[in-house]
Design a binder for this molecule. Sequence first.
Ligand code: NAP
Length: 240
Amino acid sequence: MKVALISGGSKGLGAGLVDSFLERGIKVATFSRSATEKTEAWQKKYGENFYFEALSLGDKPACKQYIQNVQEKLGDINILINNAGVAHTAVLALSDDDAIDRVIDTNLKGTFYLTRLVCRPMLSLGWGRIINISSIVGLSGYRGLSIYSATKAGLDGFTRSLARELGARNITVNSVAPGYLTTEMTEEINEKQRAQIIGRTPMGRMGTAQDVAGAVQFLASEEADFITGQVLVVDGGIGA
Ligand code: NAP
């Protein structure tokens, strides 16, 4: 049976991804800094097929212990979705050191450490999927998101190089780059900006977790066996 580890599954896109894997009968492990009603409801509903712990992506000892716990409770992890991430909205000139460290430590360093922990045992399984959730702003840029955009572009570079390292062991590595989604991360977008985004999007709306889950499910499936090192954009056409 497949086991998917999805970082940051307590809300937003991550929660949509957890739902989509559980609904397909795939065991899911997830973590975030805090539990939510959703994580508690999944634990009750899916019992032995779901595992949650509260921990931070940057906490190396906690992540190491968590991976061991997941393996004991659910089995070998063969799908890793690097979803947890934080944004920082401010022009660079007004951004302090803490903001720079926080975004890089979570979005890049935390993701590197977690992927290293998971890919070592995955190498001996002979099959695996690693999917990094980046963003279209890593491709196009966005005023006020330079630090965040740099981490997302960095994730796409990570995807391309790691795909070359792991392909021989039947492990694919891809990025999914969403456009603007309706989640807590985008709550600070004001009505005027929201209208502009929708106006520039051929599909005429913001994206949802379900829109992105479809792309992630495809890349996690056997049907995507020969696709690796790619960035799949899911943005309703705004960047086209
Ligand atoms: P969100 O609603 O803010 O959710 C982020 C998730 O990550 C939460 O579960 C959060 O839980 C967890 N998280 C954050 N920092 C963490 C840490 N240090 N350790 C463990 N968990 C952590 O954001 P979202 O919109 O769903 O975004 C999910 C991913 O999609 C991110 O990588 C984001 O960059 C990307 N993305 C989002 C959009 C968008 O428009 N929303 C567009 C493109 C890409 P806790 O706070 O409890 O830790």
